[in-house]
Design a protein. Structure first.
Ligand SMILES: [Fe+2]
Length: 285
């Protein structure tokens, strides 16, 4: 018989919580409330050995927030047309949209044992690790974000390539539910800090990146069949190495989003394939 959700848990280092619970039978309102509380507190939850179809996964996630049924990416696979196989640098999904998804979940339907992982860093914890003068330096600052899905290996240039969609947003995001400050910049998708010259912007961003991407605070989740990982897409950033050569890696994706994601994708969105072509073209000049 299922215990109460949250009654059997194990902390994951350096953050996150593994929860023992069979989600396939649905959740009582009490278990659903416990799921949401654990999600907001730990920011990453792992349930192993799960068998859920897409509708069931929607049902689980709905206890945390509204789910996005028109998401442009339902399954992450080596041959998926959006991401392909390439390395994805640390990013928050839809960071370039006015309202990025609040949560993302992936369920491993069919994966080869051990060959691939998703990495996570906690940008809310990173804010807390900033020295006081850095917290002061980012206060009220805005950054320029480009509509790339985390494909830049290195950092995005101060001057964006022509035609690449961009938007400004606060460097420090306040989490809509927990009120926690989050350092919401990412090396692969933030080009500059508004109002700072090249050197000032680069110096400040590098200090922020050093804190966010400190390997001592990084989590790598190696996928096994039946793993369901649910994470806070605002507080955490995620990344993955190239999955070139991996044939079996099917992850069922469901997002929690107060605002539908597909309607926020700008017409000038740059896909990984387009960026790859652009990089090749620029490199050939
Ligand atoms: Fe992503």
């Amino acid at each position: 018989m299922n215990q109460r959700l949250g009654g059997d848990t194990r902390p994951i280092e350096p953050f996150g919580l593994e929860v023992q619970f069979d989600l396939s039978k649905g959740l009582s309102p009490e278990d659903g409330a416990a799921l949401k509380a654990l999600f907001l507190r730990h920011k990453l939850l792992l349930f192993r050995g799960q068998t859920l179809d897409r509708e069931q996964q929607f049902g689980v996630l709905e206890h945390i927030g509204p789910v996005d049924r028109s998401s442009p990416l339902d399954y992450v696979m080596p041959d998926d047309p959006v991401l392909g196989t390439r390395h994805l640098a640390f990013h928050s999904d839809m960071h370039f949209a006015p309202f990025p998804a609040e949560g993302v979940s992936l369920l491993a339907l069919d994966v080869e044992e051990q060959p691939s992982y998703t990495a996570f860093v906690n940008a809310a914890a990173a804010y807390n690790r900033l020295p006081d003068d850095e917290k002061h330096a980012v206060e009220g600052k805005r950054s320029v974000r480009a509509a790339t899905p985390g494909v830049y290996e290195d950092e995005l240039p101060y001057d964006l390539p022509e035609g690449m969609h961009s938007m400004e947003r606060d460097v420090v995001m306040i989490h809509p539910e927990t009120g926690e400050p989050i350092v919401y910049v990412a090396r692969c998708s933030t080009s500059r800090i508004v109002g700072l010259d090249r050197k000032e912007s680069s110096d400040l961003l590098h200090r922020l990146y050093d804190t966010i991407y400190d390997e001592a605070h990084m989590l790598k989740h190696w996928w096994r069949n039946g793993d369901l990982v649910i994470w806070d897409n605002l507080a955490l950033q995620h990344a993955r190495p190239s999955i070139e050569g991996i044939t079996r890696r099917k992850l069922q994706r469901v997002t929690i989003a107060t605002h539908e994601q597909s309607s926020q994708i700008p017409a000038s969105y740059v896909s990984p394939v387009q960026v790859e072509n652009w990089q090749v073209r620029e490199g050939a000049k």
